[in-house]
Ligand binder design. Structure first.
Ligand code: URA
Length: 240
C-alpha cells in the first residue's frame, strides 16, 4: 500500500507537492471515486486517474553520458543554451544526477529514479569521483598533501581526497593531475584549486565509481545495464 500522492509522483505526471494540490482540487480518482483525502493509500492494480487520464507507473531508466563542454545540467535554460537532457531521446522525464559545470565534460548519469539519484549524489554514500584537472600553475607537494588531508572551503572542510600528478610543465606553468573526491559540493574542484590561488583551465570527470566514458565521444550516451545499476547501488551502500 502506498500513499496516493507518492504513486502519482512516481508515475512521472508531476511532483509529489503538485500531486497533493491535484488531490485537494478533486482532480484525482481511484477506481472511479474522487479522492480528496491526503495520504489515501492505494494498492497495486488500483486505477488512478488524474483529470480523467489513467496514470501508469513510469519505467525507470538510467543513462550514462559523456557530457560535452558548453552544455548545461539544468532542465532548461532561459538563453536557449544546450542542455544535457535535450541530447537524450527518450519519453521518460529524466534529469541529471548532480551537476557538472557548463565547461566540464565527462561521466554524467541521467535517470528518472529519484531514490537512485540521491544515493549517487548524497555525500553520505562517499561514491568516488575522479577528475582530470588542468591548472594554470605548479601544484606543490605541500599543497597536494593539504588536499589529501582536507582543506577549509567557505562551506567547511573537504573530506580527504586523492591526488595523482600526471604532468608538471614548468615552462608553461601548468599542472595536470587526477583528483579523486567523495563529495560533490558545488564547483568543488574549482574551489579546491582556487584555495591555492590557481585556476582550473580544463576539467573532465573521468570516472564515477567504476563508470567511465573513455570509449564514448562527448555528447554520446548509452543505457546502463541492469547489473551496472545494481553495482552502483551496492557501491554507494558500501560507502555509507
Ligand atoms: N567540480 C567543479 O568545480 N566543477 C564541476 O563541474 C565538477 C566538480
Amino acid at each position: 500500500m502506498e500513499r496516493l500522492q507518492k504513486v502519482i509522483a512516481a508515475s512521472g505526471v508531476t511532483s509529489r507537492r503538485k500531486a497533493e494540490v491535484l488531490i485537494s482540487e478533486g482532480r484525482v480518482s481511484v477506481n472511479g471515486v474522487v479522492i480528496r483525502e491526503m495520504g489515501y493509500k492505494v494498492k497495486k492494480g488500483d486505477q488512478i486517474e488524474v483529470d480523467g487520464e489513467l496514470i501508469q507507473k513510469e519505467n525507470k531508466v538510467y543513462y550514462v553520458m559523456n557530457k560535452p563542454k558548453k552544455c548545461l545540467c539544468t532542465l532548461d535554460d532561459e538563453h536557449d543554451r544546450k542542455t544535457v537532457v535535450s541530447l537524450i531521446q527518450c519519453d521518460e522525464r529524466i534529469f541529471p544526477v548532480g551537476r557538472l559545470d557548463y565547461d566540464t565534460s565527462g561521466v554524467l548519469i541521467l535517470t528518472n529514479d529519484g531514490e537512485f539519484a540521491n544515493m549517487i549524489i548524497h555525500p553520505r554514500y562517499h561514491l568516488p569521483k575522479t577528475y582530470d584537472v588542468l591548472i594554470d600553475g605548479i601544484l606543490e607537494t605541500s599543497q597536494i598533501k593539504e588536499m589529501e588531508k582536507g582543506i577549509m572551503l567557505d562551506d567547511g572542510m573537504t573530506l580527504p581526497a586523492k591526488v595523482r600528478v600526471r604532468k608538471k610543465d614548468y615552462v608553461h606553468k601548468k599542472t595536470k593531475f587526477d583528483l579523486t573526491i567523495v563529495e560533490g559540493r558545488n564547483h568543488q574542484v574549482k574551489r579546491m584549486v582556487e584555495y591555492f590561488g590557481y585556476q582550473v583551465t580544463s576539467l573532465h570527470r573521468k570516472s564515477l565509481g567504476f563508470l567511465k566514458v573513455d570509449d564514448m565521444s562527448q555528447g554520446s550516451y548509452r543505457l546502463l545495464k541492469p547489473q551496472e545499476v545494481k553495482d552502483l547501488r551496492r557501491l554507494a551502500n558500501e560507502g555509507k
